[in-house]
Design a protein around this ligand. Structure first.
Ligand code: PAF
Length: 294
């Protein structure tokens, strides 16, 4: 049996754990989450566990990354279940702040990664990334980890966080971990729980449309605008998907190249009814190892 799980809801508790840890020369890893944990989050914890002495997970549904009318209120918050899952993954500390702890009255500083936050998710959710980078920087400043783990599923998010850490000299290494999928290819997400059974049957089409793009490139096709159009047609054929975007972009700049390069990612976002899904696939030869070494 490892040590029991510590649940801390104040910043002072985390600071005291941090002092103890540093005094004993221990390394710290963080897995930031909004809770409603699934296998995707657990895979981040499993990747993190052997890489640090103290593993901290944060459970915080961050209000500033939801726009008015999005699902902040209905976002699932199964706290006891999440804590049990953290215990099973040998997490040492769970940080569960309230919004007042993270954003006390008078809070007025936000972080924006200028260019990378504009396209794709940024264009469809204009205030989202400002909320994400602000809360992630705050969590990194509170926990002061050596290494932080994020999922590849939120590709643009992990890219922004890397950029923010570079730009603001945050001494935390960012590790991006592979997306975990259902057997039919649907990327795991807490929001999959919103899908009706009919929508769930259609949902894997997003991953297969991205894969179609990769297959075309593997077959030697080079006309990216044509490939992008085929991906969209595939996604929307015989489904109720409303596409926000589905495309192939440069994995560092997020711009759409005219012809294939060796650092591309296929990204997509589309809604089924009221549920918005996002996903991405790295285009070979790009790998997660390369991404994590940049
Ligand atoms: O990816 C998420 O779950 C959230 O955006 C994060 C990184 C925990 C910030 O709230």
């Amino acid at each position: 049996m490892g040590s029991p799980l510590t649940v801390a809801s104040s910043i002072s508790e985390i600071r005291s754990i941090w002092r103890d840890c540093r005094a004993n020369g221990k390394t710290i890893g963080i897995v930031p989450t909004m809770g409603a944990l699934h296998e995707g989050h657990l895979s981040l914890m499993r990747a993190a566990r052997p890489e640090c002495d103290l593993l901290v997970t944060t459970l915080f549904v961050n209000p500033t990354q939801f726009a008015p009318g999005e699902d902040f209120e209905k976002y699932p918050r199964p706290l006891e279940r999440d804590l049990d899952l953290c215990r099973a993954e040998a997490v040492d500390v769970v940080f569960t702040p309230t919004p007042d702890v993270m954003y006390p009255a008078g809070h007025q500083t936000h972080v924006t990664v200028e260019q990378l936050s504009r396209p794709w998710e940024g264009a469809h959710r204009p205030s989202h990334f400002r909320g994400v980078t602000t809360v992630v920087l705050k969590l990194l400043n509170i926990v002061q980890p050596d290494i932080a783990f994020f999922g590849q599923k939120d590709f643009q998010q992990q890219l922004l966080i890397r950029q923010m850490c570079r730009d603001l000299n945050v001494p935390t290494r960012i590790q991006t971990c592979a997306t975990v999928r259902e057997p039919d290819g649907l990327a795991l997400s807490s929001r999959n729980a919103y899908l009706s059974s009919e929508e769930r049957k259609q949902a894997a089409k997003l991953a297969s449309a991205l894969q179609l793009g990769l297959n075309q490139l593997a077959d030697g096709k080079t006309h990216l605008p044509g490939i992008r159009e085929q991906m969209k047609q595939h996604l929307e054929a015989e489904t109720e998907f409303q596409t926000d975007y589905i495309t192939i972009v440069d994995a560092q700049t997020l711009e759409e190249p005219d012809s294939p390069t060796d650092q591309m990612v296929a990204i997509g976002a589309a809604s089924l009814g009221t549920t918005r899904l996002i996903d991405n696939l790295l285009v070979p030869p790009l790998t997660l190892e390369t991404l994590n070494s940049i």
